[in-house]
Design a protein. Structure first.
Length: 256
């Protein structure tokens, strides 16, 4: 079984290519859930308020040095979806004719869906800002419960009450267990992966966020490799064997 994949790329003034030491496993399904505006410490110390997130962390790979790439929220979503912040420094409306994960997957015979809970704002649904990424969004109510029918890659976007933006850590933790707990358990035995991450840490200088990988073949533990949204995206691209967006972000896969 494959060990945990580590997307190891240091944050610097400009992204730098890092040679891959081994290829990642080819998962059948990857599901990415994006929460909001909390630091690594706020989540890692919130044991009673976040029992399910802590369960995922104990059974998966928790990255102690995971970072957002910008403030406020929206450029982080663009980075994770397109490999660039698109020069955005706000949460306003934007439109791009630029490469992106959904279109790249489709061009290579793969599938993508953004499952969006009612009430999620445009700034958290990055595909809505890309000209060739229209038609990839569905209501969260249409998330398959037969998980074998999931797309190759899914982004799951809670609303503001359930992503910790407006609501509590406890509310979001309960939501995550209710909505994705079944998939998380299923992924362990069905060659699939769950990634739970945060957009940014609500304007703090470090932008230190909580990121956990959970699923088939993941070796549980805490890992100190520094990762960010670009390296998580590159991990997904390499899993799916598609050319990297922006072309600069390599992932380093290590058997830990």
């Amino acid at each position: 079984m494959p060990a945990v994949l580590v997307a190891g790329m240091a944050l610097s003034g400009a992204p730098q290519a890092v040679a891959s030491s081994r290829k990642p496993p080819k998962y059948d399904h990857v599901v990415v859930v994006i929460m909001e505006n909390h630091t690594f410490e706020q989540i890692s110390l919130a044991g009673r308020a976040a029992p399910y997130l802590h369960k995922l962390a104990r059974g998966g790979a928790l990255f102690d040095r995971s970072y957002g790439v910008a403030h406020p929220s929206q450029p982080n979503y663009f980075a994770l979806f397109s490999g660039l912040t698109q020069g955005v420094h706000d949460d306003g409306m934007h439109g791009f004719a630029a490469p992106n994960l959904a279109a790249r997957l489709r061009a290579h015979g793969k599938t993508f869906t953004g499952y969006v809970e009612a009430g999620s704002p445009r700034k958290h649904n990055p595909w809505e800002s890309f000209a060739d990424a229209k038609g990839f969004e569905k209501s969260l109510a249409h998330l398959p419960r037969d998980y074998a029918k999931l797309p190759s890659v899914s982004f799951v976007i809670p609303n503001l009450e359930n992503d910790m933006h407006d609501g509590t850590i406890e509310t979001a933790d309960t939501w995550l267990k209710t909505q994705l707990g079944g998939y998380a358990a299923w992924s362990k035995k069905n060659n699939s992966l769950l990634i739970v991450t945060f957009d940014e840490d609500d304007y703090r200088t470090e932008n230190h966020i909580f990121t956990v990988f959970y699923g088939s073949g993941i070796k549980s533990g805490r890992y100190s490799e520094r990762i960010d949204h670009y390296s998580v995206l590159r991990t997904i691209e390499d899993i799916e064997s598609i050319p990297p967006l922006a072309g600069l972000f390599n992932a380093d896969y290590r058997a830990l």
